[in-house]
Design a protein around this ligand. Sequence first.
Ligand SMILES: [Fe+2]
Length: 335
Amino acid sequence: MYILGISCYYHDAAAGLLKDGEIVAAAQEERFTRKKHDDSFPTNAIKFCLTHAGITSRQLDYVGFYDKPLVKFDRILETFISVAPRGIRFFTVAMPIWLRQKLWVKDLIKKELEYDGEIIFAEHHQSHAASAFFASPFEDAAILTIDGVGEWTTTSYGYGSGNKITLTHEIKFPHSLGLLYSAFTQYLGFKVNSGEYKVMGLAPYGKPIYYDLIMENMIDLKDDGSFKLNMDYFAYTYAQQMINDKFVELFGHPPREPESKIEPYHFDIAMSIQRVTEEVMLRMANYVFEETGLKNLCLAGGVALNSVANGRIIRETPFEEVFIQPAAGDAGGGG
Ligand SMILES: [Fe+2]
């Protein structure tokens, strides 16, 4: 049985092919188009997978898509209504793309692939969880997925056993550890959904002197790792940017201009948000350990690319083994 997985139309388009439950090929579209984070339909990646297996699209038994576009659309509409009229410009930019392309994923897949079989739409965090657990060497494991946002979910916890995944807890948009980290990425003059690794890389040059300021003002973090963000500081529900004036006022420094000199202040901000992120992830991981009683942990979602935080989870939580999906971002959700 052949199953093709696809992720696209947000960032990091990719495809992966399973034969009788085993991965036979997987690839990210950007590797073929040389366009970083290419989000277009992964024609080249799919072709690579099918050619590698020596089959055509007509031999596929199922095609799986990495999220549920209609539920995502619902989130965008509901968010717009809740912040209206503030988000009207953002909304008018996003809508044509949805109406032209994203709502019609099923038809686009059928047309692009010349495929007439069944198409399955998994929830975004189920895709992340599956990408980690099914690729791991574990029979049983706790699962933690953390990213910017899928449909509504931004974080999910649960466990996997055999060929089943059960996600028991979730945190929903707009409360998102990934989007919090991306907000600081933008503040530090780097590209959102791209330059987050630079923030992590700057962190060890600084001191976490803004840790308390962030914890006291921007995030209400519970002992179990669940949290709510104070949305007074963020613009991503109503604008095409992450942060607002109140965010800037809190720190008393303007956002860093892209490509400008990196000052000690920027190192300190990077270290502060890095430490906050680590604290949240440690609390989440400890909670999932207590809840599941399992000794193995699987991690996925874009925030699971934060290798410094992952290192602390390995060293500082009771989990004996940790598996991190190497394509923890959205490429891994489809591929
Ligand atoms: Fe994701």
